[in-house]
Ligand binder design. Structure first.
Ligand code: AHR
Length: 561
């Protein structure tokens, strides 16, 4: 009992130290990053607590404090965006099967996929690429006669262009998402892009508008986001920052959205190509674009700076997406956590030129990139999706949410059958991945208000790799309900989270938890329910709400007063 009281007292001291600091999260991140002063202070407190408390159980407890009275920025729903490139079976077979297919479809678009995507409330879809976008010529994909071309980026296969503008906009309409179009800067012209936008958005009876009407859509479409090029420093034309800037200014000026409903409100947001890493090449790129933005005139503008960052560890991608152990689990998660410093590095440069944070950092390609599945076309980037990917997704979504003032959009790569997908299909079969379920569990966080959560993440070490054991975010949804998402990264030890709230008295919690027996557990066509969420609930006892989390799990719960 004395030990218990002493432990409580120590926790109270830890709380007070943390609560006094304006930078509670920074403090905890400093611990993870290895700041010697903070590390030794917390380590001593923790060691003392461990020594005085009952040996194992107490060591697994985590005190989590949420101050409901201190709301932060909005967690933009667009952080949960998707990316669908003409690549492998991402579009063809994944979305498009054609109206004559035996697979149930609506105007050629798979019904099972649409129903699954509706359930995760996809806010926006980036299309048609990726590297593909800089070779895409939109006119080849409209009207009754489509031009058959090639897809040299991705396996050199035939591109039938049967899925074009009409089909993409129909798909968005069916799933209830907004359009994020990437226009061709690499091999296209400003005129081609400007005409695409006129075709899509004008309500006036121009020749292009009449062509759109003849193709089945008299009303103008809404285009919410315009990506001006893709990786223009590499597959998009290997441009220097200055060369790209000259293109950006021209495209920004002339590629107009004419939709009358998007003139004052809901204006189309223009997203410039941004960095692809942390090295000086990338910081110089961000610096150049943001410096130009700072002195931009009326004639051009940008609302977002794109950033691409995959979790790869080694290039070419050699980690397998199935059949791996805890070492690879720890290596991949360690690498994925670098997203935090990457976001902070580029945000700091953006702050220099845009302290009001008018320009969003748009992480429009991210996710785990592993070796192609044996027997698959290496150009199709086909991989399985495991419990490790669910944890990876939650950690990244949490990083984005913690930087929600600057990171206002993100698009996981890619939606179906490619890289870290939500959905895998094989002819008529469809399976939902562990990553899909994380997106489903995080739906309440879309457009919710970030609420700071403070906790000592602790660590776990495997094979010399040390990771934070716990990660968590909290947010208040539009109805005022408080949500908590907690990840227990430790693959073997459960965690007990003692929740303390300021400004609210939580009596119970209910939601879902996602885990499985192994770090590489997957959902397959034969066993689609290996990694699926289970109901989770907890009730406060003696005024204390304790959550028991399974090892390697992601849990999302609402707290009830
Ligand atoms: O997502 C696959 C590819 O990765 C994209 O086409 C490209 O933008 C990135 O390099």
């Amino acid at each position: 009992m004395a030990q218990k009281l002493a432990f409580r007292h120590l926790r109270a001291i830890q709380y007070r130290i943390l609560r006094r600091s304006q930078f509670r999260r920074t403090f905890l991140f400093a611990l993870q990053a290895g700041s010697p002063l903070v590390r030794s202070l917390l380590a001593s407190l923790t060691l003392l607590a461990v020594a005085m408390a009952a040996p194992v159980a107490a060591a697994q407890k985590v005190a989590l404090f949420i101050d409901v009275s201190k709301p932060g920025p909005k967690i933009d729903r667009n952080l949960f965006g998707q990316f669908a490139e003409h690549l492998g079976h991402g579009v063809y077979e994944g979305i498009w099967v054609g109206p004559d297919s035996k697979i149930p479809n609506t105007r050629g678009i798979r019904n099972d996929v649409v129903a699954a995507l509706k359930a995760i409330k996809v806010p926006n879809v980036r299309w048609p690429g990726g590297c593909f976008a800089d070779e895409y010529h939109w006119r080849k994909g409209i009207g009754p006669q489509r031009t058959v071309t090639l897809n040299p980026n991705w396996g050199g296969v035939i591109e039938p262009n049967t899925f074009g503008t009409t089909e993409f906009m129909d798909f968005l309409d069916q799933i209830g998402a907004e359009a994020y179009l990437s226009v061709n800067v690499g091999s296209g012209t400003p005129q081609e892009a400007a005409e695409w936008l006129e075709y899509l958005t004008t309500a006036q009876p121009t020749t292009l508008a009449k062509e759109r009407a003849a193709n089945g859509h008299p009303a103008p479409y809404k285009v919410a986001f315009l990506g001006i090029g893709n990786e223009s420093w590499d597959c998009g034309g290997n441009m220097t920052p200055d060369y790209y800037l000259s293109q950006l200014k021209i495209y920004s000026r002339f590629v107009r959205n004419f939709n009358p409903a998007q003139q004052d409100k809901q204006q189309m947001l223009k997203i410039a190509v941004g960095p692809g890493g942390s090295e000086s090449r990338w910081t110089e790129w961000t610096d150049a674009i943001m410096k130009a933005y700072q002195s931009h005139t009326w004639s051009w503008d940008m609302n977002g700076l794109s950033m691409h960052s995959y979790t790869v560890v080694k290039w070419p991608p050699s980690f397998t997406s199935v059949g791996f152990g805890e070492t690879e689990y720890a290596q991949i998660l360690k690498s994925t956590l670098e997203m935090n410093s990457l976001v902070e590095k580029h945000s700091a440069i953006m702050d220099k030129y845009d302290p009001e944070k008018k320009v969003a950092l748009v992480v429009d390609e991210w996710g785990g990139w592993y070796a192609p599945l044996p027997g698959s076309n290496p150009g199709f980037l086909a991989q399985q999706n495991s419990l490790r990917d669910a944890v990876l997704a939650a950690l990244n979504l949490n990083i984005f949410a913690r930087h929600a003032d600057r990171v206002r959009m993100a698009n996981i790569a890619q939606m179906i059958n490619v890289l870290q997908a939500m959905i895998l299909t094989d002819k008529e079969k469809m399976v939902l991945t562990p990553t899909y379920y994380v997106y489903k569990m995080y739906v309440p966080f879309q457009d919710a208000t970030f609420v700071p959560a403070t906790f000592d993440a602790g660590t776990f070490t495997h094979d010399g790799i040390t990771l934070p054991r716990i990660d968590a975010i909290a947010a208040k949804d539009k109805a005022g309900k408080l949500w908590l998402a907690i990840t227990n990264v430790d693959p073997n030890q459960s965690a007990e989270i003692e929740v303390t709230l300021a400004g609210m008295n939580a009596k119970s919690a209910a939601g879902e938890t996602l885990s499985a027996s192994k770090v590489d557990s997957v959902n397959s066509f034969d066993a689609p329910n290996t990694v699926v969420p289970k109901p989770f609930s907890a009730k406060a006892q003696d005024g204390k709400l304790t959550l028991k989390l399974e090892p390697k799990s992601v849990t999302a719960i609402a707290l009830e007063q």
